[in-house]
Design a protein around this ligand. Structure first.
Ligand code: AMP
Ligand code: MG
Length: 500
């Protein structure tokens, strides 16, 4: 039995209410974070702390940093490692689970939302297999940047509350500084959590998990005729919206395994993710994604594939008659395409400043993307140039699409014609700006910030980049270089690596 290291004296106070630990016994293992030698706070998310009803000052004090490093378990926490399975690159792994993560507990935030507070990199657990249970500073800070960028873009995401370096060396290809990330999520329920119990034909636990998920994320569905089917529909809807949002800003998750897909509809597990530069749906940055399974353009299809795995897991709860269950689930899954198209077109109408809905809108969008691809135009700058073009300033548009200028001029004409049937008023322009950010976490800037943080112990570039990313929609002259793409030779060789 583990004796919890409860904290005494001055330390951060959490008002924990741990429903997962309380209601889902048998779906996790009680576990304690590893102690680390020399915790140092590298990042604290003050606005998020406030939202969670926590004192940022207490968290930044030595007692708080000890908590964020896993050296002190705060009063009321019930740390546990969750069991889950997952399809990784299409192959089923029946037992993954929190191999280097722990759910510390849950708090109800200022908006009444229940939020998980979890560690990543807090040491080995019974699910670690061959791994060391650790995380390193570079990827931990990368997760901070990506999550905060996505949040500022208005895209549902888990967020980092804190990042602490541990004073420990962690061995990857070379020794690297160890770190612990504190992650906040609407929950850590994944498609893979359902797969774990379905694969074991453990219907009792599968049912309890489903009831729990519904109570937590879709309480209105509890009285539905078939709650498990209704839950599937709700997850399809959230994921359709999420993936459409990813696509609209050029986000590539990079490792859309079913264990990395949430029931809540939040983006989770920022490993080898990156943003598109020149528009090409085949873009892959992840070093391990050799077949391009998780390429930018494949993400909607992969999401539906993952949801089919969720449907399979839920089948025994949908109907006792397997055939009937399959028919019902299939109908819901088929709806994913329509749901996705709806969100996708709505986002693109905003990006293109199109008022109302017209037949040709999807084609106009497709032709725009084809133009970007043929001209190898930076996706973010290209979309952003339309905000100026909508106000009669086409210089940026023209210079970006120079390589395909005849085609671009013809498209611009069609676009103006369509838009004139709407208007160029302030509200539309504002919506365009909000749908097409000026600043995304550009790969070369992220790498430079992490390089400085890890190799020169200089957090300056990381903090500056974070500041820019937290306000992505308003272009500011002093931040011009943050809007610029990498040089083509940098982009061509850019690779991301798994593992926070
Ligand atoms: P991820 O790539 O972070 O989604 O992780 C996939 C699975 O591998 C999860 O079960 C993780 O807990 C596990 N895992 C990844 N890295 C490590 C590590 N260093 N030590 C132990 N388990 C790990
Ligand atoms: Mg994962």
């Amino acid at each position: 039995m583990h004796v919890p290291r409860q904290c005494r004296g001055q330390a951060a106070t959490f008002d924990f209410d741990n429903s997962y630990a309380r209601e889902l016994q048998g779906l996790y293992v009680d576990w304690q974070p590893a102690e680390v030698p020399q915790p140092a706070l590298k990042f604290l998310n003050r606005p998020l702390a406030t939202e969670l009803g926590l004192s940022a000052d207490d968290l930044a004090a030595p007692g708080g940093v000890a908590v964020l490093a896993g050296n002190r378990v705060p009063t009321g926490a019930s740390p546990l490692a969750q069991a889950y399975a997952g399809h990784q690159f299409g192959g089923f792994s029946p037992r993954l689970g929190d191999g280097r993560a722990l759910l510390l507990g849950e708090v109800v935030d200022r908006h009444g939302q229940r939020r998980d507070i979890a560690f990543k990199g807090s040491g080995r657990t019974p699910f670690s297999r061959g791994g060391d249970g650790k995380a390193t500073l570079g990827p931990v800070l990368r997760e901070v940047l990506m999550g905060e960028a996505m949040h500022a873009l208005g895209i549902p995401t888990t967020r980092a509350l804190a990042a602490v370096s541990t004073g420990e060396q962690v061995f990857r290809e070379t020794p690297l500084p160890g770190a612990v990330l504190t992650r906040v999520a609407a929950s850590h329920l994944r498609v893979g959590t359902f797969q774990y119990f379905a694969a074991r034909q453990d219907l009792d636990r599968l049912q309890r998990l489903t009831d729990y998920a519904i109570a937590r994320h879709d309480p209105a569905l509890a009285t539905h005729e078939r709650p498990a089917l209704a839950l599937l529909g709700a997850v399809c809807e959230r994921q359709a919206r999420l993936i459409a949002q990813w696509m609209s800003v050029g986000f590539i998750h990079g490792v859309m395994n079913t264990d990395n897909m949430t029931i809540s509809g939040e983006t989770i597990d920022y490993g080898p993710c990156a943003f598109l530069e020149a528009y090409d749906p085949a873009t892959v940055f992840s070093s391990i994604d050799r077949d391009g399974r998780y390429a930018y353009g494949r993400q909607p299809g992969i999401a539906q594939w993952n949801l089919a795995r969720l449907a399979e897991a839920l089948l025994p709860l949908i109907d006792a008659d397997a055939e009937r269950a399959a028919t019902l689930a299939f109908d819901v899954l088929k709806g994913f395409g329509d749901r996705y198209t709806l969100h996708d077109l709505a986002l693109w109408r905003a990006k293109l400043g199109l008022v109302g809905e017209q037949q040709g809108d999807a084609v106009l969008r497709d032709d725009w993307l084809a133009l970007l691809q043929r001209g190898q135009v930076d996706f973010t700058l290209g979309c952003r140039s339309l905000v100026d073009a909508a106000q009669g300033r086409a210089e940026a548009f023209e210079s970006l699409t120079q390589a395909v200028h005849a085609e671009a001029a013809a498209w611009l004409q069609r676009w103006h014609t369509r838009r004139n049937q709407g208007a160029g008023e302030e509200g539309v322009l504002l919506a365009m700006r909000r749908a097409s950010p000026a600043y995304i976490p550009r790969n070369h800037l992220v790498e430079a910030a992490l390089q400085a943080a890890v190799h020169d112990s200089d957090l300056g570039p990381f903090e500056q980049l974070l500041t820019v990313l937290r306000n992505p929609f308003d272009a500011r002259p002093e931040h011009k270089e943050y809007a610029q793409p990498a040089l083509p030779e940098q982009t061509r060789v850019y690779q991301t690596f798994c593992g926070t």
